[in-house]
Design a protein around this ligand. Structure first.
Ligand code: ADE
Ligand code: ZN
Length: 327
């Protein structure tokens, strides 16, 4: 088979995808109309998803979030997102969502969960795809709101809720202040991950591991700026959830084909890289395409795609028995 077909078919786990960033443009327009949200001026609807840095992207992400109101809306976007993952060869999905982006306009956490949980059940019935939810705290909101977030997560926790994340604008908001929040999450038996080294320095990768105690690093690209840290991450087997198309939209590595692209350096340094889609329709992609890009644009072979897919299974928070059946 050709490499694109191979990329789509190889069994894999999606570990880094934001629910609100996975809303199809047509769905966004329909939900905005239904819920009376005014869209920015645009020609073709694809123009709504245009930005070339992280803060500008996050503004549209917030607008998409505002267009999602009731449980049926949450059901629809979750089902459509998981359907795309199934079409991309995903066997399991661990996905983020942003409670604060909906609370900001009066949507109750239980309304969000009702739609999301039902869609997770429905796709498992329809396509055999399992999934788990990772509520994420926006690092822009501070520690106190972080504790309120964690209280809510814990209060409404079921076995579908597997851990917490830390996301949004990294450069001005380093990880260290969130140490008490991550310590409490660990005490509660929740898994922990954080965005680091996307628009912030290598130090954020080091501090997320050493101070927050995260089990995965989301993105992590700037790790390549610190040779000693690369060596330590290789020795410790740290898993990185990389997102090829995101690098071209939000980071300083704008060309996947470039010889010094961070993901190339990470793979060549023997780090445990996984391939993920982050905000797939918002970056014009899906999980299968992200795997294909590592071959077609970056020039890596089927062996590298396979190793990244195996890493995604090892890096997941499935129980060891289930992982063994997938490896
Ligand atoms: N939320 C959605 N996508 C994100 C990204 N790439 N970085 C930070 N926060 C995000
Ligand atoms: Zn992300």
């Amino acid at each position: 088979v050709d490499i694109e077909t191979f990329a789509r078919r190889i069994p894999k786990i999606e570990l880094h995808l934001h629910l609100e960033g996975a809303v199809r443009p047509g769905t966004f327009v329909e939900l905005a109309r239904k819920n009376g949200i005014e869209l920015p001026p645009h020609g073709d609807i694809s123009e709504l998803y245009r930005y070339d840095n992280l803060p500008d992207f996050l503004k549209i992400y917030d607008l998409v979030s505002r267009s999602i109101r009731d449980s049926s809306d949450f059901h629809r976007i979750t089902y459509e997102m998981l359907e795309s993952c199934a079409d991309s060869g995903a066997r399991h999905v661990e996905f983020f969502f942003s409670p604060h982006a909906h609370q900001a306009h009066g949507v109750a956490y239980t309304i969000m969960l009702a739609g999301i949980f039902n869609a997770m059940d429905d796709i498992e019935t329809d396509r055999g795809l399992t999934s788990r939810l990772i509520p994420a705290h926006s690092r822009e909101l501070g520690l106190e709101r972080g504790f309120a977030f964690l209280d809510l997560v814990q209060e409404h926790r079921t076995d579908k809720v597997i851990g917490i994340g830390l996301d949004y604008n990294e450069a001005p908001f380093p990880p260290a202040p969130y140490q008490p929040l991550f310590e409490r999450a660990a005490t509660l038996g929740l898994h922990r991950t954080a965005h680091a080294g996307e628009s912030g320095p290598a130090e954020n990768v080091r501090d997320s591991l050493a101070i927050l105690g995260v089990e995965r690093i989301d993105h992590g690209y700037h790790v390549v700026d610190d040779e000693d840290l690369v060596a330590a991450c290789r020795e410790q087997g740290v898993f990185f959830t990389c997102c090829p198309s995101t690098t071209e939209a939000t980071t300083i590595w704008r060309d996947l084909a470039a010889p010094d692209h961070a993901m190339r350096q990470m793979i060549e340094a023997g780090l445990n890289v996984t391939i993920n889609s982050d905000d797939p329709p918002m970056f014009g992609t899906d999980l299968g395409k992200e795997y294909a890009l590592v071959a077609t644009k970056m020039g890596f072979g089927a062996d590298v795609l396979k190793n990244c897919a195996l890493n995604s299974i090892r890096a997941s928070w499935l129980d060891e028995g289930t992982k063994a059946t997938l490896l």
